[in-house]
Write a protein that binds this ligand. Structure first.
Ligand code: PLP
Length: 408
């Protein structure tokens, strides 16, 4: 009799997007004439930058020619891409990251989810609330939590984001070993300052903890005072792994390319207290379970760093940021407290009522779909997330409709 991993039975079914789809479908069936505008999802809507498309085509052509054909590539990614990342994303910004500390992958979701495998079963884990669910669910699957009670898993330390702390949680009161942080944040859109991030790095150094820093939305940061990488903080190389993605940076959500930075100074400990390089462990895991991102996709990602690619990717993000700023301005003008929407594609709105009630109101009275904050954790109750990933025209239309609906 084949037995299952019973930890999977602890997982709370994520009804969030199913529930949203069901409500949207019911609304559409009742009002077939009404056009719905979706500001709920975290997927991009604009095509890939032209420079990436051209490089992508060239990559395919290279595979069609015996002289340039390539089979398996290095599991960690081609040097041409790793070197460009190290230079443009880190060294040029004063953060010391070498090309061989960068692991190319097919997604920050997979990397965020897989990294827990290299740590002990009994590590004490801190996760944000509200949270990008991958951090929690992958640890539940691995058996590092108890059962869920009242929306929270036993055994996890929840770092609460609230209106009072501006959705930047305080340092934990109890000792933790593994800390998941995400800035600019999904779902709240909050950004972290250098001083705030330094407090986390100092905490990790003092407690021999490790920070898993998810910077998937880094390219939305426009304020030069904000850190774009955790390695801009002194001492972070010893205590932090950083996750990045081309998904939101350059519209690669369907193309799939991301990378994880594991500095060679980053250490974890065995049962006797002996130090081990996290780089070696991750390299082993990556090489054993992953066979690399396809060559044309890595060529397309490399093109993000060409002068045209940089300009085109920036223009893409600028468009989403203008949407975000419009949404934040409009919701603020309607009297709602908002976080995010600046240096971030998400706007987190205190609806002053139940998350789902606000969702229903926006759907039924404005034909606009958002995401109820309660789906991201206990601290999300009362909030909604509005996403800037849509066309300017649709965002303007949506905001006009919300204004009319709320001012009725
Ligand atoms: N991390 C965060 C915080 C995200 O919001 C997302 C996607 O929405 C990801 C990671 C996933 O990125 P990728 O498309 O590279 O898997």
């Amino acid at each position: 009799m084949i037995k299952i991993n019973e930890n999977y039975l602890k997982l709370q079914a994520s009804y969030l997007f199913i529930d949203i789809a069901r409500r949207v479908q019911a609304f559409q069936a009742a009002h077939p004439e009404r056009e719905i505008i979706k500001l709920g999802i975290g997927d991009v809507t604009h095509p890939l930058p032209d420079a990436c498309i051209r490089a992508f085509h060239q990559g395919v052509d290279d595979l069609a020619d015996a002289r340039t054909f390539r089979g398996y590539g290095p599991e960690q990614g081609y040097a041409f891409l790793r070197e460009k990342i190290a230079l443009h994303d880190f060294t040029a910004r004063g953060a010391q990251v070498a090309a061989d500390e960068i692991f190319i992958s097919d997604g920050a979701k997979c990397d965020n989810g897989n990294i827990q495998e290299i740590f002990a079963q009994d590590v004490r884990i801190a996760v944000p609330d509200p949270v990008y669910p991958v951090y929690v669910d992958t640890n539940v699957m691995a058996g590092r939590t108890g059962s869920a009670r009242d929306g929270r898993y036993e055994g996890l330390v929840y770092l609460e984001g609230t209106r009072e702390n501006g959705f930047i949680p305080a340092l934990p009161c109890e000792p933790v070993d593994l800390i998941y942080l995400c800035y600019p944040n999904n779902p709240t859109g909050a950004v972290i300052t250098r001083e705030q991030l330094k407090a986390w790095v100092d905490y990790a150094r003092e407690n021999r903890a490790l920070i898993l820093y998810d910077a998937a939305y880094e390219s939305f940061i426009r304020d030069p005072a904000l850190p774009r990488s955790i390695y801009e903080i002194e001492g972070a190389r010893e205590v932090a792994v950083e996750f990045r993605s081309f998904s939101k940076t350059a519209g690669f959500t369907g193309t799939r390319c991301a990378f994880t930075v594991v500095p060679k100074d980053c250490m974890a400990y065995d049962g006797t207290g002996e130090r081990h390089a996290v780089h070696a462990l991750w390299n082993r895991r990556h090489g054993t379970k992953f066979n690399g991102v396809s060559y044309p996709v890595q060529k397309a990602a490399e093109a993000v760093y060409s002068p045209e690619g940089q300009a085109q990717a920036r223009a893409l993000i600028d468009g989403y940021l203008e949407n975000a700023s419009l949404i934040r301005r409009e919701m603020g003008a309607l009297g709602f407290y908002c976080v995010g929407g600046e240096n971030s594609p998400y706007i987190w709105v205190d609806g002053r009522r139940d998350s789902w009630a606000f969702f229903d109101l926006l759907l039924n009275d404005a034909g606009v779909v958002c995401t109820p904050g309660a789906g991201f954790g206990k601290c999300g109750e009362g909030y909604i997330r509005i996403s800037a990933f849509n066309s300017r025209e649709n965002v303007e239309k949506a905001m006009g409709r919300i204004r009319s609906a709320l001012m009725k």
